[in-house]
Design a protein around this ligand. Structure first.
Ligand code: FAD
Ligand code: NAP
Length: 347
């Protein structure tokens, strides 16, 4: 275990926001190291903030905590049958590398979730999802340690209370535990999920037209190509992906919205509610491609806020707040920020 006092976090968040933390602990594979780090934080009166690759956080200012970077590695086969495999994956593994590995082994299911930045340990926090698939369909168990007591904990999928970009780890158990490993059950064969329109259009352009012969590997490659063509690379344009969640409206709210806006795109959910693309609401309010000093809204992707230079987290959040106010004023919809916000604005 290595602990650094007053460490810079600029290279540990994909928005490249400059902020410091009280202490930065880097923990490797040895189980004892994690317990030692949690004990160190307790003895020094610091709360613990686990951080993966920092692709879903906004650092509003300095973080008065011991930031914990868990870099444990390893993928263990727990059970294997002719139809499925159960795997235990260390939290410190990179998500995309794990997805790539799983397909190479002939396990399927995760192909639509290719190229999502971040670690395996962070993936359950917001139940990552893309192109019509959510992580929760493949998770069987989450392993963790309580940040205060270092006690080992386990959660079944049901106990994780997964929902759209949400879980118990963002709510009742927010900031209380560090996820150490995740168990997945992956099928050895399954029909690919191709109903998401942008994906099905791209698959139709493949030789063979994405018919019965479509492999999970072909879906994986198509998702990677789609994402590379559409989403800004944080290394060149620092961002945290979608800054706002897509709002989900009741039928009544949707009727009122669509009466005034006949062209609003809408996606009915299984529970009867209707999801609206936040990007459309933001674009209608004229914010797409808007630039304010070093922060702005991406020109091709209205959901993505970008740090174009030396934006502070506070300035970025001020921009987000102005966008939220405009959307609320025009559509009576409260946009919710998707990434987790930490730190106090610097004086
Ligand atoms: P971090 O940003 O480091 O942390 C996020 C939260 O998880 C924090 O609250 C942190 O405290 C907590 N956390 C991290 N690790 C642990 C742990 N081991 N134990 C306990 N808590 C932990 N998300 C999607 O759902 N779908 C997408 O398609 C998608 N695309 C993206 C594209 C881009 C370009 C970017 C920048 C982001 C995108 N995201 C997407 C968001 C992000 O990639 C995911 O939320 C990812 O799971 C975050 O992983 P991370 O390791 O970077 O987490
Ligand atoms: P897109 O295809 O341009 O679609 C825009 C939005 O409409 C998406 O957010 C998506 O919601 C919704 N949508 C489109 N078709 C849908 C359908 N058939 N059913 C339900 N909802 C539908 O999206 P994009 O920006 O290029 O992103 C592609 C995928 O990657 C999306 O799933 C998106 O969520 C994911 N992504 C997420 C992040 C993040 O940080 N969270 C960043 C980049 C991309 P959903 O978001 O619910 O899918």
């Amino acid at each position: 275990m290595h602990v650094q006092a007053n460490a810079a976090l600029i290279s540990h968040n994909t928005l490249a926001l400059a902020a410091q933390c009280s202490a930065l602990a880097t923990v490797g594979d040895a189980e004892g190291e994690l317990v030692a780090a949690l004990t160190w934080a307790k003895e020094n009166g610091l709360p613990v903030l686990p951080l993966g690759e920092g692709s879903n956080v906004v650092l509003a200012g300095n973080v008065e905590a011991m930031v914990l970077r868990l870099q444990n590695r390893g993928i263990e086969v727990l059970n294997e049958s002719a139809v499925a495999v159960e795997l235990r994956v260390a939290a410190g593994e990179n998500w995309h590398e794990f997805v790539t590995w799983s397909l190479q082994q002939g396990y399927c299911g995760l192909e639509n979730l290719a190229l999502i930045p971040g670690t395996v340990g962070a993936a359950p926090i917001q139940n990552i999802g893309a192109y019509g698939v959510e992580l929760c369909s493949y998770i069987s168990r989450v392993h963790a340690r309580d940040c205060t007591t270092a006690q080992e904990l386990q959660f079944t999928r049901d106990e994780c209370a997964f929902a759209y970009r949400d879980s118990i780890f963002k709510n009742a158990l927010r900031d209380t535990l560090v996820i150490t490993a995740v168990d997945f059950t992956l099928p050895r064969s399954a029909a690919p999920h191709t109903s998401y329109p942008a994906l099905s259009h791209a698959l139709e352009l493949l030789p063979g037209g994405g018919g019965d012969s479509l492999t999970p590997q072909a879906v994986f490659e198509t998702v990677v190509a789609l994402r590379q063509s559409k989403l800004p690379d944080p290394k060149r344009e620092p961002n945290a992906g979608s800054f706002f969640k897509n709002p989900v409206l009741s039928e009544q709210q949707f009727v009122e919205l669509s009466q005034a806006n006949a062209d609003v795109p809408s996606y009915p959910q299984a529970d009867g509610q209707i999801k609206i693309p936040a990007a459309w609401l933001i674009e209608q309010c004229g914010w797409k491609a808007h630039r304010r000093l070093d922060q702005g809204v991406h020109a091709q992707h209205a959901l993505v806020l970008v740090n174009y230079g030396n934006s502070s987290g506070a300035d970025l959040l001020a921009l987000a707040s102005d966008i939220q106010a405009d959307v609320n004023k025009r559509f009576s919809i409260a946009l919710e920020i998707e990434p987790r916000v930490y730190g106090k604005p610097n004086e």
